[in-house]
Design a protein around this ligand. Structure first.
Ligand SMILES: [Fe+2]
Length: 338
C-alpha cells in the first residue's frame, strides 16, 4: 500500500516539476563558463548548487538520508566543503549536473507513492531556496536584475499587547517553525512600509554604511536591499526606532497583515532576534537543517524577497544569516515600543 493518496501524489509531483522549471528558467541563458565560474567567495559556482540540488534529492528521496549510498557525497555535502573552496573542486560539468538531476528525478517519480510527503516537501523547498541563492550569485555577477515593487505605504500601526501563536502546524513547515506556541507580547508599533532607497540614502549621507549594491541609478521608491543586520540596526536607531523581534514581526503579520505592505515579495526583513529553537524543538528530518545554526551567531530574517517562491515565503518561515552578511536580498522594516 502506498503512503500517499493519488491527489497528494499529483500535487507533490506538480510541485517537484514546477520547482525544477523555476531552476531551469533561472539558468537557461547562461554559458558553461558562467555556470562554472566562482563569482564570489561568499557564493558557490552555480553548477555546484545545481548538482547539490540533485545530490540532496537523491540522498533524501532515494536513500532515506544514508550518505554511504549517495553518489558524489564528498563534493556536494554542504558541510564538507565551505563555499569559498567550491570553485577549486573537480565538480561535475554543467551537462553532467543536468544529467544527474534528470536521472535522480526519474527515479524519484517512480517511487513517489511510497515516499514520506514531508521529505518530498523538504526537497522541493530546498531546491526553491537554492534558486534564491543562485539568484543572489547572478545579481552579484551583474547577470540578473532585481525586480522590486514600489513602496507606497507610510506611517506605522499599533499592535496591541496580548498573546498570539508563534510558529506553525502547516504541512510545509520546517522543524524550526515548530512547535507552535503561545507568546505574550507588550504593545509595540511597526512601520507599514519597508525602508526605501531614498530614505536609506539620507542615512548614507549622514555617515551610514552603504549596502553591498549601491549606485545612483537605484529607484528612489523601491525598498533598499543588500543591507547587513548591523546596518539595518544602525539605520533604525538613527531614525529613533528599532528592528522588530521575530515574534513581533509574526504577530503583526498574523493579526494586522493586510495593513502592512510587502510582508513578502520584496525583501527579507532583518529582526533583532538571534536564531534559536522554539521551546520543545525537535530536529526533523535531519539535525543539520536548523540545529547547527542555533546559539546566537545568526540573526533571523522574516518575509521573503522578490525572487522567493510563495511556498517558502509563508508567514512563519524563519530565514537566518550572519549579522555582517549582505549578499542576500535583505532590507529593513522598523518598529518601536508601543
Ligand atoms: Fe543545500
Amino acid at each position: 500500500m502506498s503512503l500517499l493518496g493519488s491527489a497528494a501524489q499529483s500535487e507533490l509531483a506538480f510541485e517537484l516539476e514546477r520547482t525544477r522549471g523555476r531552476t531551469e528558467e533561472l539558468l537557461e541563458s547562461l554559458s558553461d563558463e558562467q555556470l562554472t565560474r566562482q563569482f564570489s567567495p561568499l557564493q558557490s559556482p552555480l553548477v555546484w548548487d545545481l548538482a547539490h540540488v540533485a545530490h540532496f534529492e537523491e540522498l533524501w528521496l532515494l536513500h532515506g538520508g544514508d550518505r554511504r549510498r549517495s553518489e558524489h557525497v564528498e563534493l556536494y555535502d554542504a558541510f564538507a566543503n565551505p563555499r569559498s573552496e567550491r570553485g577549486r573542486l573537480r565538480l561535475l560539468t554543467p551537462d553532467e549536473a543536468r544529467d544527474y538531476l534528470r536521472r535522480v528525478r526519474e527515479a524519484v517519480l517512480d517511487v513517489l507513492p511510497d515516499l514520506d510527503p514531508f521529505l518530498v516537501r523538504t526537497v522541493v523547498q530546498h531546491e526553491l531556496q537554492h534558486g534564491e541563492t543562485m539568484a543572489q550569485t547572478l545579481v552579484l555577477a551583474g547577470l540578473l536584475d532585481a525586480e522590486l515593487p514600489e513602496v507606497t505605504a507610510s506611517g506605522d500601526i499599533v499592535v496591541r499587547a496580548g498573546a498570539f501563536t508563534l510558529g506553525s502546524t502547516d504541512e510545509w513547515a520546517y522543524d524550526n517553525e515548530r512547535p507552535a506556541h503561545i507568546v505574550e507580547l507588550p504593545a509595540f508599533r511597526i512601520d507599514r512600509a519597508l525602508v526605501t532607497n531614498a530614505e536609506y540614502a539620507e542615512f548614507v549621507d549622514a555617515g551610514g554604511a552603504p549596502p553591498l549594491v549601491w549606485h545612483d541609478g537605484l529607484p528612489a521608491r523601491q525598498p533598499v536591499q543588500h543591507v547587513s543586520f548591523h546596518e539595518a540596526e544602525a539605520y533604525a536607531r538613527w531614525r529613533g526606532k528599532r528592528l522588530p523581534s521575530e515574534a513581533e514581526w509574526e504577530k503583526a503579520v498574523k493579526t494586522l497583515g493586510a495593513e502592512l505592505e510587502h510582508t513578502r515579495g520584496a525583501v527579507w526583513q532583518w529582526t533583532r532576534t538571534a536564531f534559536h529553537g522554539y521551546p520543545g524543538f525537535v530536529a526533523f528530518p535531519y539535525r543539520e537543517y536548523s540545529e547547527p545554526f542555533f546559539g546566537g551567531d545568526y540573526m533571523v530574517l522574516r518575509g521573503g524577497s522578490w525572487i522567493t517562491d510563495p511556498v517558502v515565503s509563508r508567514t512563519t518561515f524563519r530565514n537566518w544569516d550572519l549579522p555582517q552578511r549582505r549578499q542576500i536580498f535583505s532590507g529593513i522594516r522598523c518598529a518601536s515600543d508601543g
